[in-house]
Design a protein around this ligand. Structure first.
Ligand SMILES: Nc1ncnc2c1ncn2[C@@H]1O[C@H](COP(=O)(O)OP(=O)(O)OP(=O)(O)O)[C@@H](O)[C@H]1O
Ligand SMILES: [Mg+2]
Length: 354
């Protein structure tokens, strides 16, 4: 009789995220896909609202002021000391380099002080793992759509660490398109959530905006089969705004038309990816995954085909350190350890691309 396989040891990982305008720290504990979130602290830098976008220098300074108390609070909430951790995982790219440097330097320093290894995490791989913290079945194989402020990525995820990049945006990211449209409609930054709210009051028949890169005659292998582009759609919104005799009366309808066009494009491209790779799960990630119209359109298209759609809660959809700790735990289990030369990178290739 063979002995039962030894359970892999449970690890405790502190995650640190400072790539943009959230200072965040979190602790996860577990092994493989059995991972529990023990604490999560997210401090959003509201100061950028005054400027209508993130000001890099202000972001770096704000991270410096808050990183120490945010990490201390995440450890206290988890009831752990630094010495009880197995690893410190920190976002080292992509993002604002000055902002990233604060997290990377701080993470390396506390890890060195505590004699614990440090692991560098790719921010978008973090977004890929976020949903798995809340849904035990949001694990590979699946089709992933990551829609955030800076990225729009359609991936086939065969296994953790094995990612086929199917499509991406050729210009604006989905969240960026929401934010720019919000600005055109006179809404504050970041405006994605406000555009969604406004769109709920809009009449879908009032305006019809183009679905860029979406034609019925596209075939797998065509270079625009999976890619998306939102700058033309944004220009169409600008045209509608300028032509509206009374913007106050028209803006809910324009918001609705914009959201409908963007959602239909993302859903159609995702359906293509699901079909091509014969997947039965779709995982959404990134701030735009908070959008209920996107989630429900995805479900109504895919659930009748027997495909389950998983979305993270808003706290785990937008930037947070829980996803960094979760992805870091995976990388740590793979044997990855960074040295003290770990650096921050504004752009960084996603690991595991096949
Ligand atoms: N309900 C919503 N509908 C549409 N967009 C939304 C909604 N909620 C948030 N967003 C958008 O999500 C984006 C923020 O998401 P996230 O924090 O993941 O992006 P980021 O970290 O700035 O970018 P990246 O991860 O690419 O570096 C913003 O563009 C915001 O407008
Ligand atoms: Mg992000």
């Amino acid at each position: 009789m063979s002995a039962p396989a030894a359970a892999s040891p449970r690890c405790r990982v502190l995650g640190i995220e400072t790539s943009c305008d959230e200072t965040s720290a979190a602790v996860v504990e577990g092994a493989g896909d059995d991972v529990t979130l023990r604490s999560l602290v997210i401090l959003s830098q509201d100061v950028h609202r005054l400027f209508g976008g993130v000001v890099p220098e202000i972001a770096s300074r704000a991270h410096l002021a808050s990183i120490e108390p945010v990490v201390a609070r995440a450890l206290a909430d988890a009831g752990l000391t630094l010495a009880e951790l197995d690893a410190v995982a920190v976002t080292h790219g992509p993002g604002l380099v000055g902002a990233l440097l604060v997290g990377v330097s701080y993470g390396k320093a506390i890890a060195f002080g505590a004699g614990v290894p440090v692991v560098g995490v790719h921010h978008m791989e973090g977004h890929l793992f976020a949903t798995a913290l809340e849904h035990a079945d949001a694990v590979p194989p699946f089709t992933a759509l990551l829609v955030s402020g800076g990225h729009t990525l359609l991936l086939d995820v065969e296994a953790w660490g094995r990612y086929r990049l199917l499509g991406a945006t050729r210009d604006d990211a989905a969240g960026e398109a929401f934010d720019k449209v919000a600005k055109l409609l006179g809404l504050p930054y970041p405006g994605g959530r406000l555009v969604e709210q406004l769109a709920r009051e809009g009449n879908p028949a009032r305006y019809r905006l183009p679905r860029p890169m979406l034609r019925g005659n596209q075939r797998p292998g065509d270079d625009d089969y999976f890619d998306v582009s939102f700058s033309g759609l944004k220009t169409a919104v600008l045209g509608a705004v300028k032509a509206a005799p009374d913007l106050g009366a028209a803006k809910a309808h324009i918001a609705r038309a914009f959201q409908d066009a963007l959602v239909e494009t993302l859903v159609e491209k995702t359906v293509r990816a699901v079909r091509l790779h014969d997947r039965d799960r779709v995982v959404l990630g990134g701030g735009v995954a908070c959008n209920q119209a996107l989630a429900s359109a995805m479900r109504s298209r895919l659930e009748p085909r027997g495909v389950r759609v998983f979305t993270p809660s808003p706290r785990l959809a937008t930037d947070n350190a829980a996803m960094i700790a979760r992805a870091g735990l995976f990388r740590f289990e793979q044997g990855e350890r960074a040295g003290l030369e770990l650096n921050a990178y504004a752009s960084l290739r996603m690991p595991g691309l096949v």
